[in-house]
Design a protein around this ligand. Structure first.
Ligand SMILES: Nc1ncnc2c1ncn2[C@@H]1O[C@H](COP(=O)(O)OP(=O)(O)O)[C@@H](O)[C@H]1O
Ligand SMILES: [Mg+2]
Length: 337
């Protein structure tokens, strides 16, 4: 687990600020139905990411993590809410104004092979953005050599093609391309999820080294809490379109409060957790994750929650700040007033 102090102390304004963001996908109910239904993939997310920090976004598959990332990147349009990058309102931006931001915000996806053009040399891949933004000062080879060196690949890699590399090396190529334009913010969506555990650790270390060197901020998305706990300064736990608990990695892992966070931790061994949550009795998550087009009333987690009471079925929990974190759960705070 990382334990360095970061700039997340609140004097500096956040680099990324998301407020009550909703991204819904319209779906038809039936062939002749006029009423539109929505998959409420992201349904009211508020989140801040400070310069130089990593916020981990974790939750089961289908809870809306990728949709949140894609909305930030402008790849999905928000239904409502606000997103700011360095004070610029992304939710209201025109396509032309987005162009300079395409240098400052980058993305690293899960599958390195499908995101790398198989017919392009590594040199052309890692310098593509530099060419597009007319940033080649010396030669493409010079830039490629420097970028490959940054990600720990030999210079002669530039003359080869993606299929000649291993999964970990391909993810390094992706990272080289992502940092080529000196971005400030990178969305990493399941960036190491396809890699073997030992390779995961190397790529996570590379991401952390580059973060220090270039003052990068990451939104690190993963379904795997143990991976997230290795890189994130803060963790936001997402369930069915909403955040249920967020706090420092040490707090979330060492002392989870929300029943859903506890269940996630008890499902996988996470270093740094010594509450007995992952050693003693295992808490099994009952049932499937409900559909995002018909989320349960009250607290969305209540049908699977071992601690649910009547109020959980009726009322959505309000945000409570307790023990250094934000939590949305009726077990905490004065929500029965
Ligand atoms: N383009 C789309 N159209 C309709 N539904 C979508 C679309 N993209 C994602 N979804 C749905 O939105 C929900 C969240 O998906 P996603 O953001 O991919 O979750 P995660 O990344 O956490 O696995 C899922 O129910 C998924 O089926
Ligand atoms: Mg995803």
């Amino acid at each position: 687990m990382k334990n360095r102090m970061k700039t997340s102390e609140k004097e500096t304004p956040p680099l990324v600020r998301i407020r009550d963001l909703k991204t819904w996908f319209p779906v038809k109910r039936g062939l002749f139905s006029r009423t539109k239904d929505y998959v409420r993939a992201v349904d009211g997310i508020t989140l801040a990411i400070y310069p130089g920090e990593t916020v981990g976004l974790v939750g089961e598959s289908g809870c809306g993590k990728t949709t949140l990332g894609r909305t930030l990147l402008g790849l999905e349009s928000a239904h409502s809410g606000e997103m700011f990058f360095d004070g610029i309102a992304l939710h209201a931006i025109r396509a032309k104004a987005m162009t300079p931001l395409r240098q400052r915000i980058q993305v690293i996806f899960q599958d390195p092979l499908s995101s790398l053009n198989s017919r392009m040399t590594i040199m052309d891949i890692v310098t593509e953005g530099l060419v597009r933004f007319k940033k080649i000062s010396t030669s493409k080879a010079d830039h490629a050599r420097r970028l490959l060196d940054e990600v720990g690949l030999p210079p002669d890699a530039m003359h080869r093609f993606p299929h000649e590399f291993s999964g970990g090396q391909r993810q390094r190529i992706n990272i080289a391309r992502a940092i080529s334009l000196r971005p400030e913010f990178i969305v990493c969506d399941e960036a190491v999820s396809a890699l073997d555990v030992s390779v995961q650790a190397q790529v996570l270390n590379l991401l952390m080294t580059l973060q220090e060197r270039h003052q990068l901020s990451y939104l690190f998305i993963s379904h795997d809490l143990s991976v997230v706990s290795n890189i994130a300064d803060r963790i936001a736990v997402m369930y069915l379109g909403r955040i249920v608990e967020s706090g420092t990695t040490a707090d979330i892992i060492g002392n989870p409060l929300h029943p859903y966070t506890k269940a996630l931790i008890s499902a996988v061994p996470v270093p740094g957790n010594n509450t007995g949550n992952n050693t003693g009795r295992r808490m099994r998550l009952q049932g499937e994750i409900p559909s995002a087009s018909a989320p349960p009333a009250g607290c969305r987690f209540h049908p699977r929650c071992p601690e649910a009471t009547a109020v959980c079925r009726e009322k959505p929990p309000e945000r409570t700040v307790t023990e250094g974190r934000e939590i949305w759960c009726h077990l905490y705070g004065a929500s029965d007033g």
